[in-house]
Design a protein around this ligand. Sequence first.
Ligand code: PLP
Length: 385
Amino acid sequence: FEREEPNYYGAGPALLPTDVLQQAALDLINYQNLGLGVGEISHRSKQAVSIVDETKVNLTRLLAIPDTHEVFFMQGGGTSGFSSSAANLMAAYAKRTGKKGKAAYAVTGTWSKKAYEEALRLGFEAEAVVDVKKQNGKFGDIPPTSEWKPVNSDYAYLYYCDNETVNGIEFQQVPEAYAAGVEIVADMSSNFLSRKIDVSQYGLILAGAQKNVGLAGLSIYIIKKNLLEQAGDEELKQLGVPLSPIAFHYPTVVQNNSAYNTIPIFTLHIINLVLKKLLAQGGLAVQEATNGRKAAALYSVLDSYPQLFKLPVATGVRSKMNIVFTIEGEGNEDEFLKLSGARGLTGLKGHRSVGGMRASLYNAVTEKSVQSLVDFTKEFAESRK
Ligand code: PLP
């Protein structure tokens, strides 16, 4: 299973390391000489259970996950996380306080807005404690938390999106939750494992797999164990708190070692192969340094031609994963895409909702590949002078 090393900067599903895919392709046909592929074995078989267990161990090592937290995997992606995080965190709050809680959302871009809207749609009492577009007319910055509406202990959690994939905005630190007991919920779908984090600060981390760690179809959750203690269905009904669908009920999933229903084991196997590779490469400190250099190289060339390239995101909150820019001049964006495509540099078109360009420099995009993009961008800029 060979391929030429792609120069692909798509936002998701995204590039995966070729050697991981080669191993996965073999395992898809014949896993551990069983005469069966890894996607064909029972999700309750010894082999499948050990993939679940190993992936948990490897993730725990990579992120130094403390004993206070639990890892689990579920079908679905980021969007299912929007719904499930609201239901489960509210059920935990009801258990702890005997009350129906409120939810605070930091609306800083497309994905946190969708999460906020989903909480409202499901009937939770959600509130945007900051809404950057309403405030500034566009997404592109993160005001300091001191300017957000205060979050008191009526709130079960404060939700934010750590990296806004569409808008190219990344939090540089964990926002404060103000009141004790208010849990931080972070959507890390597009920057998971791109850098070191302190897991103990979070009540819940959720990440769809298809950008930095795997294929679509599976999402990763890291939860503070005490949030698995939740009010029962009857109590929630009495309080008027909407229930979680059973497949997304975190305590049920955890009790069943992530296999309450059929887990996409091939997808999890790929995640495990990616984790092993990250560990062998030196872990997240190495990854963070590499990703820092990659993003700096591209931002630097874009910043060198301010007449041509416009960067809509405030410097202090620029994403290292998704670099968003527009190009001045009639027809220049189409030309940029055409010429880069002719050179085999692909996946650079911005999200349909915001236009422009977007270069996603996830973990699997090598420094060499970023250099090719930097060289092209510079040549393009020089040719427009
Ligand atoms: N959250 C973030 C940060 C994302 O980038 C995406 C998708 O790109 C989602 C959530 C939604 O993920 P899914 O399409 O897996 O539901």
